[in-house]
Design a binder for this molecule. Sequence first.
Ligand code: F0G
Length: 460
Amino acid sequence: MSYKYVPEPFRIKMVETIKMLTKEERIEKAKEANYNMFNLRGEDVYIDLLTDSGTNAMSSKQWAGVMEGDEAYAGAKSYYKLVDAGKDIFGYEFIQPVHQGRAAEKVLFPLMMGPGKVAISNMFFDTTRAHVEIAGARAIDCVVAEAKDPSKRAPFKGNMDVEKLERLINEHGPENVALIVMTITNNSAGGQPVSIQNLREVYEVSRKYNIPLDIDAARFAENAYFIKQREEGYADKSIKEIVREMFSYGDSFTMSAKKDAIVNMGGLIGIKDNAELYQKVKGNTISFEGFVTYGGLSGRDLEALSIGLYEGIDEDYLKYRIGQMEYFAAKLDEAGIAYQSPVGGHGLFIDAAALLPHLKYNDFPGHALAVQLYIEAGIRTCDIGSYMLGNDPDTGEQLESEFEFTRFAIPRRVYTQAHIDIMVDALIKIKENAKDVPGYKITWEPPILRHFQAHLEPKK
Ligand code: F0G
């Protein structure tokens, strides 16, 4: 069955020329970068899929908004426009801009937790986990079991395991669980959505034990679209209605606006109705980010963000956005290439261990595939596997990840059907010559978050 590409609901008004290197040149660039994709210069990459964060294309309306941005230090018109958009879309009383997602976490989390406390999530994103730990607490993941089986096609693989959540709350004692975090969509599980039913059930648990619930809302609009497509009773609801219902099952949200709000920089904190908490959020914002009415952003960013929030929930746009991902996935099904399925909202996570069966976890298959994709086709992706996981802090031994994924994170409104076809062709070509793809060894690594900086070399 061939899947039809959903045509772009926009036309292209401005283009950015990309350099076309030869394969020989790319082999040289990879070597110069010590085989670490983060060390490549962006201009040496043809299709850049390192992240979907801040890499989106803004619309002509957003660019017009940039010119309208009010740069007043206090009380800018653009701030009020953003607050109105936030209240309208999410139904929360208090909206605080910050410069990106991790800034929202840095401002909010220390107000809610400290040493001796735990926070439980369907799955924490790396920076979210880090800010729980910086606040002195511990972060626990509690995703449903099917998230861990890449070949199992379940509609809501991002869900929280509700039974396990209650068990964990009772084990730690409700008074020690400072926060429940629902990440929508669930990035670390492959951009997998969370159902309304699951959001509701988790909210009920949070009421039962009197624990606040924060929504990590980076990809809230993609999550809403999946609910519309997959959950009974939601097909005829508007995306905005679904978003409103999703956020009714939370007390606060932290958002990296660099994803679904289709801007290059920005973040938000939303507080449903807790005026006391909002007062403290304002205090931390002033200390860390800047005055309340700009929160680390320029007026032009606030303006672009207030427009992007509406463009991100436009149904024609979401149909195209998710359609593009489904087209990519359907092509891989045809080619027999395994990935975390069904495809997520923002990324396709290739099962590199299945594609390169001759490589063991400590040959870093996810990374080996990423390097090969760059050499073959100028595509930049990243490893989500043992290479990213790193070493055991006690023994110094390489840890073995449950998965060896290579993540294709797709920027919004940036690449066309032909670019997707190039990605598919590159994967097919690599699959055909899989045994020629070398494993990698690390020749130098820093003590923490090594994957960003390490030097590697192909194993011969
Ligand atoms: N929460 C989630 C679910 C995220 O995916 C990210 C960022 C953040 C929080 C932090 O936001 O980058 O604006 O500070 N994810 C990016 C990624 C970096 O590539 O998945 P930020």
